[in-house]
Design a binder for this molecule. Structure first.
Ligand SMILES: Nc1ncnc2c1ncn2[C@@H]1O[C@H](COP(=O)(O)OP(=O)(O)OP(=O)(O)O)[C@@H](O)[C@H]1O
Length: 284
């Protein structure tokens, strides 16, 4: 993702005389950031996400800077005459992958989400949870620049929920943006770069109270080359980095992002040495 996706003066209402669900919304989604959207039921969160995902257009206002976008809808339409794998390959080619690359990515995502055994199952016969895994896989297949997740964790088992959190961290680490809604306040807690509440048709940015944070964090101590600094992807993932002496850092990261941070450091050129990994203790 090279530039910001922007909503300027965006409004949406359904029908010619329907009430405005959203009005005067200005929002920039910056590359490499995670954005959470909150709000009471029926306030317009899904409406906003559909506009961000580009599957709906505003009644008024402008959307500019659209990157390659993928979307996991609140409700996934499974009644299509495809097996899970055939559906994913088809969508992968729609996203611009070759058939071979799409088949490989489909296999990898079904495996990561614990649904490899359902590759040959017709979509209509999938359980709700497996169907949700396919919905998630179709969005991740082509490594989108912007990933929009509307309650995408709902219905997933614990392993798949953790895998989706890792996938979110991977997207932002590689410079993409992720926007999500989730009913669970602890979902990716501490990880968002910005949180917005949809209220009275408008978008209100939440400012964090200093020192108060909701989710578990991990401190990773690493050692690398004394000059040159941390790999750029690691800087993007870490919530904070303290250099104690040249090349020695203590990185604090939301627990959901620790795997991706470790992988980034260990696969860097040259690789970084991980000295210790432990849960952050005490008040923050
Ligand atoms: N396709 C549509 N046609 C008509 N009205 C719609 C449509 N989609 C949403 N609405 C209305 O717009 C308002 C906001 O709905 P939306 O689904 O965006 O809210 P939400 O915050 O995502 O709700 P929830 O938390 O219940 O999922 C609601 O009053 C809803 O009935």
């Amino acid at each position: 993702m090279r530039r910001e996706l922007r909503l300027d003066g965006v409004g949406r209402r359904y029908g010619l005389r329907g009430p405005w669900v959203l009005r005067g919304v200005d929002l920039g989604v910056t590359p490499g950031t995670l954005v959470r959207v909150e709000g009471a039921n029926g306030t317009g969160k899904s409406t906003l996400l559909r506009l961000l995902a580009g599957i709906d257009t505003p009644t008024e206002g402008r959307v500019t800077g659209r990157p390659r976008t993928a979307y996991v809808p609140e409700r996934f339409p499974p009644a299509l005459p495809f097996t899970a794998a055939a559906y994913l390959v088809h969508l992968g080619t729609v996203h611009g992958l070759s058939r071979r690359a799409a088949a490989r990515a489909a296999g990898q995502w079904l495996e990561r989400l614990g649904a490899a055994g359902h590759a040959a199952t017709p979509l209509a016969q999938l359980s709700k949870g497996s169907s949700q895994k396919v919905a998630v896989a179709q969005a991740l297949l082509a490594e989108p620049e912007l990933l929009v997740l509307d309650e995408a964790w709902t219905g997933l088992d614990a392993d798949a929920r953790a895998e989706l959190e890792r996938a979110v961290a991977e997207r932002t680490a590689s410079g993409g943006a992720v926007v999500y809604v989730d009913h669970d306040p602890s979902r990716l807690a501490d990880a968002p770069d910005a949180t917005y509440t949809v209220r009275d048709g408008g978008l209100h940015r939440r400012t964090e109270v200093a020192g108060v944070s909701a989710g578990p964090r991990v401190v990773v101590r690493v050692q690398g080359p004394p000059v040159g600094g941390l790999p750029a992807d690691a800087v993007r993932i870490a919530a904070s980095a303290e250099e104690s002496r040249p090349g020695c850092y203590a990185l604090t990261v939301p627990a959901s992002h620790s795997d991706v941070l470790l992988r980034t450091l260990l696969t860097a050129r040259p690789p970084w040495h991980v000295v210790s990994v432990h849960a952050q203790e005490g008040p923050r």
